[in-house]
Structure formats: structure tokens, C-alpha cells
Ligand binder design. Structure first.
Ligand SMILES: Nc1ncnc2c1ncn2[C@@H]1O[C@H](COP(=O)(O)OP(=O)(O)OP(=O)(O)O)[C@@H](O)[C@H]1O
Ligand SMILES: [Mg+2]
Length: 300
């Protein structure tokens, strides 16, 4: 990587067929393939900010690329290439804007579930556990604390809602929806992927507390799609500071969230413009996560 990049908040300048814009990524349709472009937008509490985070898009794209390669022995994925030299010719003129932050992928029939794997108790899982003693129908021992390590990683799928919040479903509900064989295969794969990725992360001083994966079928074959073990789809905690019973220092948006709490923002749009030091510190967190996980450098 190395090369300094432009800040990109929107890719409206691309004269290509837009498939959809997420909060962070813009996706273009090339027929059998898609171009997923990670912008430098940031969202917190589901609201997108007017300020951009230097390096964020390239970090997200490169972290996914790293994990797609790292997990190929377990399961295939949708990645064709993240190397701009291998992109379709019509993208050549946009090099400066899209290089480093874009991935060409095979279009898949996406399985309508968010496949969440949890090794630790936090977030919506913690809430569900406190209410019911279980997550997605999986009963857990009583008395677990916030952020405590679970006896073993658990598979806790949710619906993939077009709008509003995803709801957790049991394994049986997933099996009913997509078939028991496919559901079993996805669950087993998720646990294997989480085991491999979390062992690597731990060797770099990072706890992969939980993560969300999406799967799809390409020519009948089950593959991982979307993004993989990024700070946007996972909770990464600093192993040095880990202590159950309280929130953890994380490498993602935790820093920004704490700043937003401190200024008393009501979490309703429009989001406030961020001060320079908050932008810089957030950028540094993303870069640190990337450099720790991959052992490579990125300049912002
Ligand atoms: N290989 C693929 N083939 C088809 N669809 C894909 C593929 N990879 C990812 N997708 C889909 O592309 C969409 C990406 O949207 P994206 O995640 O950017 O926005 P979102 O989920 O609507 O919102 P958010 O920004 O909160 O994540 C998802 O619906 C995902 O399932
Ligand atoms: Mg998404």
C-alpha cells in the first residue's frame, strides 16, 4: 500500500451503474461482478457523519482482502481482485479515486441471514443474555459479566432486515428458512473461521470479540461475501487492557462514540462536524488495527 490517498466521501463521479450505497460502501454493478468501494465515511449510532476519516476506506478494504486470503483453506469467497491493474478497463480513468479502497467481487445469491459469531459477551448479545439468560436460543451459564469470554464461541444468527434492526433468530429458525443442511454447513464454517481469525488476532495483541459474516451461493457453491473481520463488522479489543465487567478499549468506533457521549449529542441526524483531533485519533485507531493485524504499513 504505502501511497498516500485522496479522501473520498462519495463516488457519485463514477459513470457506472450504482447497485446501492450503504452507510460506508458504494457498490457498482458489472453484471456477473460487483465493485465494492469503501469510502472514508464513518457512521456511529447508525448516523453517517459529514466528516471523513483519512485512510479508513483503504484500511477496511485491505483488512477484508487480508482475511479473504487468510481463510481460503476453510472456505472460498467472492473476491476476484483488489489489485486495480486487474480491474475492468473502464475504471482506469478513476485510478486515483478508487485504487486501494476497491474490490472486484463475484456477484452471489446472498443468503438472507447475518451470521454472527460471538466469543465474548457484549452488545446486543449481552442485552439478550441479561433479559433471557440465552442468545438466539443458546442457553448460557448464569452470572456472566459484560465482555466476559464465553465457554465456547457461539453462532447467533439474525435476520437481514431491509429496514430497521436485525432480529436474532434461533438455529432452528435459520434451518427452517434456508434448509437444515445449508444452515449446518454455515454454522460449522463460521466457528472454524472465527477460531482461525481470533487466534491470529490474539497473536497480534487483539481480541476478536465477535463478528458478522455473510454468505452467498456462486454457481451452487457456498462462499463468504461482503466484508470479513473488519472494524465495521467486528469488535476488536486491546488485549492489554482487557478486563471483564466493563466496556473495553476497542480499535473501532468506541473512541468516537465516547467523544459523542461526552458532548451530549442526541444521536439524531444531522450528525455534528467532528473536531480535527477526533478525526485524527479515529483515523489512527483504524490504521493501528490494520497494521497490527496484517503486519503491513499504510500511510494516511
Ligand atoms: N458478492 C456479493 N454478491 C451480492 N451481494 C453482495 C455481495 N457482497 C455483498 N453483498 C451485499 O451488498 C450489500 C452491501 O451493503 P452495505 O453493507 O454496504 O450496506 P448496508 O448493509 O445496507 O448498510 P450498512 O452500511 O449498515 O452495512 C449487502 O446487502 C450485502 O449482502
Ligand atoms: Mg452491511
Amino acid at each position: 500500500m504505502g501511497k498516500m490517498g485522496k479522501l473520498i466521501g462519495s463516488t457519485d463521479f463514477l459513470k457506472l451503474p450504482l447497485l446501492k450505497k450503504g452507510k460506508v460502501r458504494d457498490i457498482y454493478d458489472f453484471g456477473d461482478s460487483l465493485l465494492i468501494i469503501a469510502t472514508d465515511r464513518i457512521s456511529a449510532f447508525d448516523v453517517v457523519f459529514p466528516s471523513l476519516i483519512p485512510g479508513k476506506g483503504r484500511v477496511l478494504n485491505s483488512i477484508s482482502e487480508f482475511w479473504f486470503n487468510y481463510t481460503r483453506d476453510i472456505i472460498g469467497n467472492h473476491m476476484i481482485t483488489a489489485n486495480p491493474d486487474e480491474f475492468p478497463g473502464e475504471l482506469l480513468e478513476y485510478g486515483d479515486e478508487i485504487d486501494g479502497r476497491s474490490m472486484l467481487v463475484k456477484k452471489a445469491d446472498v443468503i438472507p441471514a447475518e451470521c454472527i459469531i460471538r466469543g465474548y459477551l457484549e452488545g446486543s448479545g449481552l442485552k439478550e443474555y441479561m433479559k433471557t439468560g440465552a442468545i438466539s436460543g443458546i442457553k448460557l451459564p448464569p452470572g456472566l459479566k459484560q465482555c466476559q469470554k464465553l465457554p465456547e464461541p457461539i453462532f447467533t444468527p439474525t435476520t437481514k432486515a431491509a429496514e430497521g434492526h436485525d432480529e436474532s433468530i434461533t438455529f432452528e429458525e435459520l434451518a427452517w428458512k434456508i434448509g437444515v443442511e445449508l444452515a449446518e454447513k454455515i454454522k460449522e464454517t463460521c466457528i472454524l473461521l472465527y477460531d482461525k481469525a481470533s487466534r491470529h488476532a490474539e497473536s497480534k495483541g487483539i481480541i476478536l470479540a465477535d463478528t458478522k459474516l455473510e454468505f452467498g451461493l456462486i454457481d451452487g457453491e457456498l462462499v463468504v461475501v461482503d466484508e470479513m473481520f473488519t472494524p465495521d463488522s467486528s469488535r476488536f479489543w486491546d488485549m492489554k487492557d482487557y478486563q471483564p465487567g466493563r466496556p473495553q478499549k476497542s480499535f473501532d468506533k468506541q473512541y468516537l462514540r465516547e467523544y459523542l457521549e461526552s458532548i451530549g449529542w442526541d444521536k439524531k441526524p444531522p450528525a455534528p462536524v467532528l473536531p480535527g483531533y477526533v478525526i485524527e485519533n479515529t483515523s489512527a485507531k483504524y490504521v493501528e488495527a490494520y497494521e497490527k493485524l496484517t503486519g503491513k504499513k499504510i500511510s494516511v
